[in-house]
Design a protein around this ligand. Structure first.
Ligand SMILES: CCc1ncnc2c1ncn2[C@@H]1O[C@H](/C=C/CNC(=O)c2cc(-c3ccc(F)cc3)cc(O)c2O)[C@@H](O)[C@H]1O
Ligand SMILES: [Mg+2]
Length: 214
């Protein structure tokens, strides 16, 4: 029977990456996507920008919207301080199952909590279910029409504090026009565009970094 692309990506990790070595997991996925099949991971070029933002923020609490196969989940978690927590939301059970195995292979199970379900259901429950007051960093990489509603929901739920950083993938390709318009015109955010390319291609894309001003 036919395998799925996430299953083939996991097989590539289990074949080429070293257990417990997150950077080798990241490298194995990038190699698979360059040499075998394109997949919608943030990739290595935008990934380096992601790394620099994570290192600069040095977050104790991180929320990722849209786990997919956990490429960016592993990439972020590999740079977190010892007691930091990363919560990643994924509503496709098949993708979540693959992501859990990628996270396990990287040996990051104690830093990452993968929660299955739609972000809109879980964002209002972050305090009661996970004891999270606010997020220091949020990485938005799920359906592009969910960036804006989920950002407004995080504001309403008091999950952002003065200095919280939102980092959004794909603001050019596929594009998130309503989110960009809101975040760049809101007096409550200071935004910066990091120009780059769509993962594994020469097409323009970029990340938008926005600091919540409270
Ligand atoms: C309901 C809220 C909600 N709650 C929880 N989980 C959610 C969710 N909404 C979505 N998910 C999960 O997240 C992942 C989807 C991610 C969506 N990402 C892109 O569409 C994308 C596309 C391109 C591209 C494609 C084709 C091109 F030609 C060019 C570019 C490039 C990129 O980097 C991209 O991120 C899946 O696992 C969903 O199950
Ligand atoms: Mg993306």
């Amino acid at each position: 029977t036919q395998t799925t692309r996430p299953q083939r990506m996991l097989a590539a990790v289990q074949k080429s990456a070293t257990r417990g070595d997150p950077r080798s997991v990241v490298k194995a996925i990038d190699q698979f996507c360059r040499q075998k099949e394109w997949a919608m991971n943030v990739g290595d070029e935008k990934g380096c920008i992601l790394d620099s933002v994570v290192t600069e923020v040095n977050p104790a609490t991180v929320l990722e919207l849209g786990t997919y196969c956990a490429y960016s989940t592993v990439r972020i978690a590999s740079l977190l301080p010892p007691d930091a927590k990363l919560i990643t939301l994924e509503f496709n059970p098949h993708n979540a199952a693959i992501a859990r195995q990628v996270i396990a292979w990287a040996g990051l199970g104690d830093k990452i909590q993968l929660v299955e379900g739609p972000s809109g259901d879980w964002i209002p429950k972050m305090k009661e279910k996970f004891g999270i007051e606010t997020f220091d960093l949020v990485f938005l990489d799920h359906w592009k029409d969910r960036y804006l509603p989920d950002t407004k929901l995080m504001e309403e739920c008091g999950l952002l504090r003065k200095g919280s950083v939102l980092l959004a993938d794909n603001v050019i390709c596929p594009g998130t026009p309503d989110y960009l318009e809101y975040i760049r015109n809101s007096p409550r955010y200071k935004s910066q565009y990091f120009r780059s390319h769509l993962e594994y291609t020469k097409v323009e894309d970029g990340l938008e970094k926005s600091v919540f001003l409270g």
